[in-house]
Design a binder for this molecule. Structure first.
Ligand code: PMP
Length: 444
């Protein structure tokens, strides 16, 4: 079996193995290495210098355009004029710390909360997904009095000290601390069972028992409800509910990390946990919330937030500032006015149907799965379900040469992570199919 891969190593530029880079790309890589040192992480065998982007297209320094099927941050489209204009207008009017009253943050809070079940009636604004998950952990641990947290084996939830502890896909050499348990992702391709939800719930139950047996009170199950870093597991809708019910029966909380599936990406619901009919106690948000303007948030119940604020309190200098509120409101407006959630459903279904048709001709495509505009394409050695990471790496780099940007996901880095801006159309999907067909035929 192939070894598990660390998340930052996926589709990573390797300076030692790089072909001769030229021109401004070579100069920038050199400057970057000199200043960022070991923390520099770039995509692709030959990194890209991107100078502008619009809708689903990104343009490099030579003027070449690339179809972006990777970036979920510019969720309503790169450089969307309504979002850009809202940010610019607010920045030219007022941007200050968050302990003054200003109207637009309250309009935004009300609009955002209206998309959640009514019991989730409080919101705290942050600047990143990591900050959101950090606060969620503090809330859950405060509320339950426990330290024990359960996450999936290849989870990624962010980069603070506490959140790194529950992000095993970040680890190169370290392991999760004793009060964290990992459970296998609900993968029904590598190891199929009749009821993937029941199996996932059983793993969660075992993990809760194991925590308690070792003296760690259970606090929360924290999952990304589309399991993006694990390899994208969306189906059948509803499968997550059984595990969440186990969590609640054990007195724990369910933290739904909506950084990836949130804001309509899965096509049928604004939030991924809603696709599963699961009851979330804390919901965390980030990436697409400001279409690139750094903002995040935590939505929860007052009975969870109030005791925490009485004991600890929370202040975030930039979270929920007037410019963030303007960006967030513009994103909600565009999502509604351009029907982007519905577009995600319709085009996502079309996209996966086209990929499944291709998989009939190219046995390297082992599985096609996902929801809305979040699709995983898993490569296996033909006739088996053994992961084929070399094929995924080949496809990612060859598709780049064809002018299409994709990323990798999953424990074995053999799954394409396809999650374009939500303004992706059927015509864009057709461009993708033609390129993938060419790239796979060249290797067949
Ligand atoms: N949760 C999930 C599921 C994520 O994918 C990420 C980022 N990749 C985060 C949290 C952290 O978000 P940020 O990088 O904004 O801190």
């Amino acid at each position: 079996m192939a070894e598990a891969r660390q998340i930052l190593s996926l589709n990573r530029f390797d300076g030692d193995a790089a072909p001769d880079l030229s021109g401004s790309v070579a100069a920038l890589v050199k400057r970057r290495n000199a200043t960022f040192g070991a923390s520099s992480v770039l995509f692709y065998r030959e990194p890209l210098e991107i100078v502008r982007a619009e809708g689903v297209w990104m343009y490099d320094s030579s003027g070449r355009r690339f179809l972006d099927v990777y970036n979920n941050v510019p969720s309503v489209g790169h450089s969307h004029p309504r979002v850009a204009e809202a940010i610019a207008r607010q920045a030219a009017t007022l941007n200050t710390n968050t302990r003054y009253l200003y109207d637009n943050i309250h309009t935004y809070a009300e609009r955002l909360l209206a998309s959640f079940p009514s019991e989730l009636s409080n919101v705290v604004f942050t600047c990143t997904g990591s900050e959101s998950n950090d606060l969620a952990l503090q809330l859950a641990r405060g509320f339950t009095g426990g330290m024990g947290v359960i996450v999936t084996e290849m989870a990624y939830h962010g980069n603070t000290t506490a959140v790194s502890e529950v992000s095993p896909s970040s680890f190169r050499t370290r392991a999760v601390p004793p009060y964290v348990r990992t459970v296998p992702a609900p993968d029904n391709y590598a190891d199929p069972v009749e009821d993937v939800g029941a199996r996932f719930a059983l793993h969660v139950k075992w993990a809760i028992n194991d925590l308690e047996k070792n003296g760690y009170k259970f606090a929360a199950l924290l999952v990304d409800s589309i399991f993006s870093s694990d390899g994208i597991y969306a189906d059948p809708p509803g499968f997550l509910k059984a595990a969440v019910d186990v969590v609640h029966r054990a007195g724990g909380l369910f933290i739904a990390d909506e950084v990836q599936p949130g804001f309509g990406r899965t096509g049928t619901h604004m939030w991924g946990f809603q696709r599963h009919g699961a009851k979330a106690d804390i919901v965390t948000m980030g990436k697409p919330m400001g279409n690139g303007f750094p903002m995040g948030g935590v939505v929860t119940r007052p009975d969870i937030l109030t005791p925490f604020c009485e004991n600890t309190g929370y202040f975030n200098t930039f979270g929920g500032n007037p410019v963030a509120a303007a960006a967030g409101l513009a994103v909600l407006d565009v999502l509604r006015d351009e029907g982007l959630m519905e577009n995600a459903r319709v085009v996502g279904d079309y996209f996966r149907a086209g990929l499944r048709a291709l998989s009939g001709r190219f046995p390297a495509i082992g599985d096609v799965r996902g929801a809305g505009l979040f699709t995983g394409v898993e490569f296996s050695r033909p006739g088996t379900r053994e992961p084929d990471a070399d094929m995924a790496t080949y496809v990612i780099n060859a598709m780049k040469d064809e002018g299409i940007l994709i990323g990798a996901a999953g424990q074995h880095a053999n799954t394409l992570k396809v999650r374009p801006p939500l303004c992706f159309t059927k015509e864009h999907a057709d461009i993708f199919f033609a390129a993938l067909e060419k790239v796979l035929a060249a290797r067949a």
